[in-house]
Design a binder for this molecule. Sequence first.
Ligand code: ADP
Ligand code: ZN
Ligand code: ZN
Length: 708
Amino acid sequence: MSYALSVALLTPAHSGIAWRGDAVHQSGLLTYSSQYAYDRGTLVRVPLGRREVLGVVWQNTPSVPDTNALVLREIAATFELPHPLTENWLNLVEFAAKYYQRSIGEVALNALPPQLRNLTSEQWARKLRSTVKRRPARPIVNPVTQTLTSEQSGSLEKITSRPGPFLLFGSTGSGKTEVYLQAVHQVLQADPTAQALVMVPEINLTPQLETRFVERFSPIYGAQAVISLHSALTPAQRLSNWLAAHQGATEGGARVILGTRMAVFASMPGLRLIVVDEEHDPSYKSQDGARYSARDLAVYRGRLENAKVILGSATPSIESWRHATTCIGNKSRYQLLEMPSRVGSGNLPTVRLVDMTHQPAKTLFSPQLLDAMRQRIAKGEQCMVLLNRRGYAPILGCSACGWKSGCKNCSAYQVFHKIDRTLRCHHCGFTEKVPRACPECGNLDITPLGRGTEQIEEQLAVLFASILRPDGAPARILRIDADSTRRKGELGRQLSEVHAGEVDLLVGTQMIAKGHDFRKVTLVAAINPDSALFSADFRAPERMFALLMQAAGRAGRDSNKSSASEMWIQTSFPAHPLFKALKQHDFSGFANQELKEREQAGMPPFSFQALIRADAVSQGIAQSYLQDVANAALDLPQAERVTRYPCVPMTVQRVANVERAQMLVESHSRQALQIFLSAWHPILHAVRASPAHRGILRWAIDVDPLLI
Ligand code: ADP
Ligand code: ZN
Ligand code: ZN
């Protein structure tokens, strides 16, 4: 008896190429023969072309001889696991592949630790022996928990007694993390096989959160009970941690998995609870490969696995807000849990708007703001200045001839970095020395246009040169952005300087606005947030509001110091409704207004979108491909319910000498859009394969795109 196994593989998915007689199905599944009926979810190595690759058994059927002219190749080896990948895991992968229009093979293999692909079965067996050890049972220690506030215990009670999913809408500093910790604790205690998944946007930005989970749970469940899964781990660590999660609690594996968006695919046989912290954060949406939303998949996975789901934020996404506040029948999709108050007596900061139209042109800091910051520092408090643009200036220009520092590879400007006197393109990375004179006319007087964090840091150094801290030392300024933290470990080091109070003035991008529990910051200033008010991207106000509210949330977290913590906003549009809502800390007012506007305009979440993106050697080729696939879509199922917009160049049209175009499709029905896309997908492959479109470098479908 032999079996036909269909195996999920990582093939060059988008090429749709079948090579050397291997019939690669578009789903990324390929059929092999085997003497054994390996279980669905078994890891195997199989021949593919001349290589041998990792695969996951997806189906096994007794093979019926002679129905297929193809002679099937045989499975080469298996990777023994404590147990196969679960049915739920396979279903999650299948759903994600279908919904985001990728092959099962691609999603499945990318959900596994990359190092698995390079191991022989002997190496794997050794790895398995060294990792999978039964750990001794430990005495249960009573955890040190905090007494919950009434808002916290109210939320926890509902989480315990109701099915969810929950939207935990809690102000910055309302103690959401403590609610997560206790919800996780309850789940782990109630069932010795239970596991919990806690997702965070960027693990490097929240070292404190990891510490809190480890401190809470390792005394109870052992040093290995809390593990992390994210891309900054070494391949070997990632494999070990993945295996610890896959082992399941009963076999001495991990009980709490802390991870970034990739962790939504972690193999966790005992999954009972999923927490998505800062659920509004755009980094939950993958921007390449399968462009999945880990938040949305978390909700799906919760339903699939019968695990509770808690989405938490002080500034929920408009989508989640709608699910939690709109009733269908007499029930909303998510259950809203509100925690408006801060723990202790720490109040949210007073928001002060400075009307910059009353200041001389090009004023960086209004005198009022400078005064306020100087006073804070003299009292030993910390200030934080937020500007969402790194580098010294976004453009270098010549005042004589109008030359600007455009990147030779991109339709974007090279950013001026004064520290190492370079011009750097933030899109393609192209870097060169700043020219001595204008490359066009030779004028020696080339000047920075606009400002970035480096320039703010430089200016503050001048403005605060004579300001002393209470201990008589001069005020210390620190800049934190992607440039200052490039080296490994640097961000952690800089953040601990802030926590230790060695820094008086912190300058930075959104990196400093998120999640940190800075205890001594009492003043936060956004010096130029206006651009988002007039962006073509309909989500820009939502992102800006969240950023400012999160930034404000860094101030006044220590109730002993927060008597008068402040958030300063310098703007030329102080009457804008976004700032008015911010002044009241009124997220729901802002969100409800956004929802109303989006409903009137028929935008998400009242419609569903997908983008088809094409990269090509020329803009014309990119657009003609999109035009051809659009023409071929006229008769597809549900086409009448799907609006197709004209193809357009992307905002940054050329990156690294690649021309980029996109086409938006939209429907009022998610299901109609799904049916349409599934029918369209093979056409996108087929049109791409025609000789007329040889200049296309790649194409992709982005379902529920965040950036349009
Ligand atoms: P959030 O995640 O909502 O911004 P955190 O969970 O970080 O808030 O809590 C803010 C601060 O309050 C933390 O320092 C935390 O240790 C503290 N905290 C949380 N809950 C309690 C509580 N019930 N009693 C005392 N302190 C608390
Ligand atoms: Zn010039
Ligand atoms: Zn470039």
